[in-house]
Design a binder for this molecule. Structure first.
Ligand code: ATP
Length: 548
């Protein structure tokens, strides 16, 4: 790939997404809505393929026997689809009602609200005045801070060297005073409020009357659907521990500062799985899922140089978690050496099932106990239902431990898009040098699998044969038929869409140049641009093998 900066790369990716119909801003004709996005024709195919690959690898086609500490262990996987609006008590016992918040600050001048930990800044001095200049940016923070500092001190860009910097760019959270803070959209310092809690759940009301009693929430995660259905699944589908329940679906978080394209949005889709196992085996299963989930991204073609599996430090763990690791990707908008989370794999112990049985749990020393209200009764009582598991063979009853791989479908799509984007200089069909933009998607997730091109559109025999080939392939894969423009341009259009194969129907195919190559087509491979002739009779088999 030609040398371009990360910012430039991200701008090109965002522009390609819009131009080629991967991702559009939501309600764009009305000016758009912050933190909400729509998928276009190519984007929806890509996202469906990624979700399908996840469902297939996790649920329908997973390998039932794995090696756990050397011994093969069978396990089962099933899926569910639970409702987006759940009983409000679910969120009280799960802890989301009390604990699911971010710290935010308000600006009295601009009337804007920011996530406290998203504001970056640096101490900058000029003419004896020292100000902590801040910004919210997806790009280079130092560049943006310089721009704002020049504006504030009323200096022209050429006097940037007159600014005295005290230290590097840091988070606003790491300074104590607010008096000299120049807020991200303010003209004067000292306009930010102290940080306050802000619950991220979207509220709604059920039924015709609006009161506190009718209040409900759009789910901020899909996981609770699996916990509250644990008993139903065990009783109805004869699964035995260890087993997993998977779900894909929309989640909603009223993020204070949605940003970085589709990385942090207010409506997004998750792909989550809750794996229930015996407490004595939970650490091994945690290790198993941690490694297996990382490998999933590698197998689908993400460059390992940009992917890491990061174990959380003790202080980062949720109050109930025994261990958590994140799969993270070096997005172009991340600072050098930083990564964005794609998926968290957490050992959640028995926290969730116990909460839904007994009531909201809090940590007391090394114990989890039911939180008491002021009246001495459980603050948020659980369902009181039995969510234990009885192992008939071992004659043992226990509360299963849970391992949770929780991935975001939209972030995963964005990572695959960023990773696939490539530019290269090539010599085109006319012998001229040109820049080729190519999305190098793994064939399994590519939105369109094959482009079908009659060499000329005004030659009925070529068009008829091309239509025949399209009809042959279409029941098995997504096909894009294109008959307009020079063949090179048509190839280039499909390179940008990430289509791994192109089939060209030419005069040889229809026997105009003799019988030798009759009923053969040119098969072009996107990445190498190599072309070979294949028999139409073999075409479907070859393509099916390649796209699996
Ligand atoms: P973050 O720290 O980035 O806010 P999180 O740790 O709160 O994420 P989880 O609650 O573990 O995220 O959710 C699981 C996955 O859901 C994340 O790894 C991510 O891929 C996705 N996700 C979470 N919040 C968002 C969001 N606002 N927009 C898009 N995807 C999200």
């Amino acid at each position: 790939m030609a040398e371009i900066s990360s910012n430039e790369r991200m701008e090109k990716i965002v522009s390609l997404c819009r131009r080629r119909g991967f991702i559009f801003q939501s309600s764009e004709i009305y000016g758009g809505l912050n933190g909400l996005w729509d998928y276009g024709p190519l984007g929806v195919e890509l996202k469906r393929n990624i979700k399908e690959a996840w469902w297939c690898d996790m649920v329908s086609a997973h390998n039932e026997r794995v090696q756990l500490d050397g011994a093969p262990r069978p396990f089962q996987m099933v899926g569910i689809e639970s409702s987006i609006i759940m009983h409000p008590r679910v969120w009280k016992t799960s802890g989301h009602y009390d604990l699911f918040h971010d710290m935010m600050v308000d600006c009295r001048e601009s009337k804007r609200r920011y996530r406290y930990d998203h504001i970056k800044g640096a101490w900058v001095e000029h003419d004896g005045q020292k100000v902590f200049v801040t910004c919210i940016t997806d790009g280079d923070a130092k560049e943006e801070i310089t721009r704002r500092a020049l504006l504030y001190f009323k200096l022209k860009a050429k006097y940037a060297d007159k600014l005295v910097w005290h230290g590097d760019v840091i988070d606003l959270t790491s300074i104590n005073e607010t008096g000299q803070v120049l807020a991200p959209d303010a003209k004067e310092p000292g306009t930010l409020t102290e940080p306050r809690e802000f619950n991220l759940m979207f509220e709604t009301h059920i039924g015709a009357m609006r009161s506190d009693d009718s209040k409900a929430f759009l789910r901020p995660e899909t996981a609770q659907g699996m916990f509250v259905n644990f008993r139903n699944v065990v009783d109805s589908s004869r699964v035995k521990v260890p087993f997993g329940i998977a779900q894909q679906g929309k989640s909603f978080r009223n993020e204070i500062t949605p940003r970085n394209f589709t990385f942090r949005t207010r409506e997004f889709e998750q792909m989550e799985m809750e794996f229930f196992c015996h407490p004595s085996e939970s650490r091994q299963w945690y290790q198993f899922w941690r490694d297996r989930r990382f490998q999933w991204y590698v197998d689908l073609g993400i460059d390992q140089k940009r992917l890491i599996l990061r174990d959380h430090e003790q202080g980062e763990l949720s109050h109930y978690s025994v261990g958590t690791a994140d799969v993270e990707y070096a997005f172009p908008f991340c600072e050098e050496g930083e990564y964005g989370e794609l998926e968290g794999i957490a050992h959640r112990g028995d926290f969730d099932l116990r909460s839904h049985m007994e009531g909201k749990l809090v940590r007391e020393g090394d114990q989890l106990v039911v939180e008491q209200g002021e009246d001495g009764k459980p603050k948020y009582p659980g369902s009181g239902k039995d969510l234990t598991y009885h192992d008939e063979e071992a004659k043992e009853r226990f509360v299963p431990h849970v391992i949770e791989p929780a991935a975001g479908a939209d972030r995963t799509v964005l990572a695959f898009i960023c990773d696939a984007y490539d530019e290269e200089e090539i010599t085109n069909e006319k012998g001229k040098t040109e820049m080729r933009v190519v999305m190098r998607f793994h064939p399994r997730i590519a939105p369109v699998k094959v482009g079908v091109f009659p060499l000329l559109k005004n030659k009925p025999d070529l068009v008829a044969k091309a239509m025949e080939i399209r009809a042959l392939l279409q029941p098995h894969m997504t096909v894009f038929y294109d008959e307009t423009g020079a063949i090179g341009r048509r190839y280039r259009r499909q390179d940008e869409a990430g289509t791994p194969f192109g089939v060209t129907i030419d005069f040889d195919t229809i026997g105009e140049n003799g019988d030798e190559n009759k009923n053969t087509v040119t098969l072009r491979e996107r990445d190498s641009m190599k072309q070979r002739r294949v028999k139409i009779d073999d075409l479907l088999d070859i393509l099916l093998r390649e796209i699996k």
